[in-house]
Structure formats: structure tokens, C-alpha cells
Design a protein around this ligand. Structure first.
Ligand code: ATP
Length: 360
């Protein structure tokens, strides 16, 4: 178990900057998710931690040890890739044993370690099979076992579940989270799936265009996004955004006016901003029939989801979504008022799309 420190990491491929001055500390035993859209640099960062890529500049430390120049095989890492690439001609036992054989570990010890890790991953009964005789989920566990058998200090996961079907992913992610905590191993997990990152990670680093936009616990990044991008990237449906203009103690939003949320009153004065983006989560508003205090709009559509439904409302020409309990009935075009939970409102600067509290 080690602490990973990334210090001013920049990685260029010719003149393209894939990672732009990354600073990140990953604690002992922490599960860190690297989350971002395709091409944002997540895998490049993971491979840089692994030593497969050498940073163009910056340093990497495992605890106090500077590993920047150390090759992957001497970093004591376990890597699990998107396509697990098990050796097809080897049985599960030999697939798992392979890294230990490379290290010339005595045969008896290999036997013991393979059985131990197989037990932990519930694949003891599969050791005699070939990879093609396994389901996707079983193959994934074998790949995990192969990474863990070396007792690595760091487990590096590059979208290891993307080949699994939706149900299996949910099952495997719970297992993987438990396993990582039981082993107390430091883990870095690359994913573009926000639900997976929220569900599994102790902290999430949001990456966009080679830069880290925000690092925080799932709660922090979900409820206190630093940028509109973060609010939009996390959550399904994502955070709602609507333009608002500051008018004395109020925010004007099309035809509606709501008081400036208490937590922003001083800040708005101090920053003297006039145009903001108001953000709120679909769960943090209530929908009331008719015209009342709040944001007045019209029902555009509704989608039942079992226990609740998502209602899409147009306010001026902005669409927003609100979760509504299942029993409530609305009709297309009906006039409604959206009442947002004041303490959950996040205001962003319209120009920079950065939350106001991060502007000072
Ligand atoms: P994905 O989710 O699609 O895997 P990612 O966030 O992991 O995306 P990276 O694979 O890290 O993204 O790629 C980041 C950027 O760096 C991309 O624009 C990619 O084209 C570029 N890139 C990655 N590897 C190389 C390489 N070996 N040579 C040149 N450019 C590269």
C-alpha cells in the first residue's frame, strides 16, 4: 500500500499536450477514479502512473520514492485493462500464476498464492478451465486475480468492466469495491461512466482536455461542482442549468423572479456579477401545478421510471428536468411552477462557467 504523488505532470505526444500540468495526491489505500469524456487523457495518466509512458515533465512518487525513471516491472503495480487479454492457451491457474513464474517464485508458493487469490475472487472452481470456457464476468475476475497475485502496492484499472453487460457491471463493481477495501490496496480506476465513479470511488478526479478540473469525494463533486462541466458530466439526468440575471436581491429568470439564495447573497455583492447560470439537480426541485412563487414554466414531456418520473419543463426556451413522485399526473403544455431547494442551488459565472464560490 503506497501513497501516489503526481507533481506537475505534463505529457506531450509530439506537439499535442495530452496531460497538462497534473497535480494529484492519492492516499494509502484510497480508491481514486479518473473520470472524463473520451480523449480527455485518463488512460494516458494511468499509463504514466504505471510507467508505460514517461512524462514529458514532472515527477511521480510512490511514498517518498521517486519512480519517474523506474520501469513498470519495478514499480510493483497490478494492471487490469479494458480487454483483459488472458492467455488463451493457458488454463486459469496458469494465467494467474504467470506473473509469479516470471519472478521465479518457488512452485509451492505459487500454488498457495494462486489458490488464495482465486478463493478471494470466488473462482477456485474455475482454475482448470481455459479462458474460452468462461463468461465475461469470470474472465474479468481471472484478470483481476492475475493482477492481484503479485500483491501489488498499486492496482491500476483501465475501464476493466466495459466489456461486461449492464447487470454484471453493477454486481462486479460492488465486489471490486469490497475487495479493494479488504486488501487495503491503493487503486486508480479509469472510467468514463459517471455512475461507476460515484458508486466505487473514495474520490473522483474530473479530467477534461488533459487538465484536472476538480478532485473530491463523490458527494463533493456531485453537490458542489466547481464547473458547469462537472455538474453536467455527473448525474443522470445531469444538473439543470438556466441563465439568470441579478436584479437587486433577486434573480430574474425569463418571466420569473426568485430571491438570491442566502448562501450567495454576500458573494454576489462582493463579486459584482450580473449574469449567472443557475444550476440545480433534478432531485432538488419540486413541481407544483399552476403559477406560484418559483420558476414558471410548461410541462414539455414526462417519463415514468417506476417509483418516480422525470418531467421535462420549458422555462422560456430552456429545458429543465425534475424528478416527481410516480402518482402525480401532468398533461402536455400544463402550466407549472418549479420550486428549487434553495440550499442546493449552485450559481456559476456565465462567462467562465465556474461556480461563484471558486472565483474568489
Ligand atoms: P478514452 O476514454 O477514449 O480511452 P482517454 O481519456 O483515456 O479516452 P487518452 O487515451 O488518455 O484518453 O488520450 C488522450 C489524448 O491523447 C487523445 O486525444 C489521444 O488521441 C491522445 N493520445 C493518446 N495516446 C497517444 C499516442 N500514443 N500518440 C499520440 N496521441 C495519443
Amino acid at each position: 500500500m503506497v501513497k501516489i504523488i503526481l507533481e506537475n505532470i505534463t505529457k506531450k505526444f509530439d506537439d499535442f499536450t495530452a496531460l497538462d500540468n497534473i497535480n494529484l495526491k492519492i492516499d494509502d489505500g484510497e480508491f481514486m477514479a479518473l473520470l472524463g469524456p473520451s480523449g480527455s487523457g485518463k488512460s494516458t495518466l494511468l499509463y504514466t502512473i504505471a510507467g508505460i509512458y514517461k512524462p514529458t515533465s514532472g515527477r511521480i512518487y510512490f511514498d517518498d520514492r521517486d519512480v519517474t525513471e523506474i520501469p513498470p516491472k519495478d514499480r510493483n503495480i497490478g494492471l487490469v485493462f479494458q480487454n483483459w487479454a488472458l492467455y488463451p492457451h493457458m488454463k486459469v491457474f496458469n494465467n494467474i500464476a504467470f506473473p509469479l513464474e516470471l519472478r521465479k517464485v518457488p512452485k509451492q508458493e505459487i500454488e498457495k498464492k494462486v489458490r488464495e487469490v482465486a478463493k478471494m475472487l470466488h473462482i477456485e472452481n474455475l482454475l482448470d478451465r481455459y479462458p474460452w470456457q468462461l463468461s465475461g464476468g469470470q474472465q474479468q475476475r481471472v484478470a483481476m486475480a492475475r493482477a492481484l497475485v503479485k500483491e501489488p502496492d498499486v492496482l491500476l484499472l483501465d475501464e476493466p468492466m466495459s466489456n461486461l453487460d449492464a447487470l454484471l457491471r453493477i454486481e462486479v463493481r460492488a465486489e471490486l469495491k469490497r475487495l479493494q477495501k479488504d486488501l487495503g490496496i491503493t487503486a486508480v480506476h479509469v472510467t468514463h461512466d459517471q455512475a461507476e465513479a460515484l458508486a466505487m470511488a473514495d474520490r473522483i478526479a474530473l479530467i477534461k482536455e488533459g487538465k484536472i478540473l476538480q478532485v473530491g469525494t463523490p458527494d463533493e463533486v456531485y453537490y458542489k461542482p466547481k464547473y458547469k462541466f462537472v455538474g453536467r458530466f455527473l448525474g443522470n439526468p445531469p444538473m439543470n442549468f438556466i441563465e439568470a440575471e441579478v436584479e437587486n436581491n433577486y434573480l430574474r429568470i425569463y418571466e420569473s423572479k426568485i430571491p438570491i439564495p442566502t448562501q450567495y447573497r454576500r458573494l454576489i455583492n462582493k463579486l459584482d456579477v450580473k449574469k449567472v447560470l443557475l444550476g440545480f439537480r433534478p432531485h432538488d426541485a419540486e413541481l407544483v401545478k399552476g403559477i406560484h412563487e418559483g420558476l414558471i414554466g410548461e410541462v414539455y414531456s414526462f417519463e415514468p421510471l417506476g417509483k418516480e418520473q422525470i418531467v421535462t419543463v420549458t422555462i422560456g426556451n430552456t429545458f429543465i428536468k425534475v424528478f416527481v413522485p410516480e402518482g402525480e399526473r401532468f398533461t402536455f403544455g400544463e402550466k407549472v411552477t418549479v420550486k428549487i431547494r434553495e440550499d442546493r442551488i449552485i450559481l456559476f459565472d456565465k462567462k467562465t462557467e465556474k461556480a461563484l464560490e471558486f472565483l474568489i
